[in-house]
Write a new protein. Sequence first.
Length: 302
Amino acid sequence: MAKGRQLRGRIRSVRNTRKITRTMELVSTSKLKRAQDRVYAARPYAEALRDTIADLVTPELAESFPLLRTQRPIAQGGPRRAAVVLLTSNRGLCGAFNANLIKEARRRVEALEAEGYTVDLHAVGKKGAAFFKYLGRPLATDRQDIGDKPTADHAIEIAAPLIAAYEAGELASVDLVQARFLSALSTPPATLRVLPVQAEKTTGAAGAAAAATGPAPDYILVPSAGAILEQLLPLYVRNVVYRGLVETAAAEHGARRTAMKNATDNAGELIEVLTRTFNRQRQAQITQEIAEIVGGAAALQG
């Protein structure tokens, strides 16, 4: 009967675990809706801002703004440092979400180091920072206070020192490793070049059709394109970082909901297997006891 008690204990333990994973799934579902709304709210503004900059930039203006200018290669005396900003979550239990982001960041860091750059790694999120600290790699930034509700102020705090360093010619490039929120089930990691600014027109079927058939934009620029770009370029960089923060936060909730749903389903299947095993063992024990009683009774009668 000891094995039967062990099976009952395992069934009880798995049921308790299933309650926890089911609760976490419901919480992530609730948070995902709000995070998804922030992503969808940020996209139109970011696309309009990128299109406006793309319309304003000319080859002459591109050379006069440090944020648009590509730094010289190392062989020609260019900066030897590059920056990589890694966005991860502060919590786990979200499947391979953080592992995929860390893998993408390592791939980008190794590629830059192969080109001869010294990489400054800026970690936003506890999981990414903890991994690289474990490897013994120093971090230029370690932010664990943002969580899953990023704000524009958080983006400004991250982007401001990077903008200043790039304008001063100290950085060759700035890359952002984030999660792309395509859907709740699809959150692949991606590397986005933040600096130098590469503002191109919005792509896609709708955007291509509009560009082909629609009239060319006719702006009245006051005071001038240069003065407008001077204000828009830092705003664009901060917006890229903010959009990366909100997309990564939404992707985290989507990944956690999927992971917890799979864990809940697996726990249910395990409970069924353990219950069948327990019932078979209990039935076999009852059958054995009946056989012993019948055998004893027959021996007394004989």
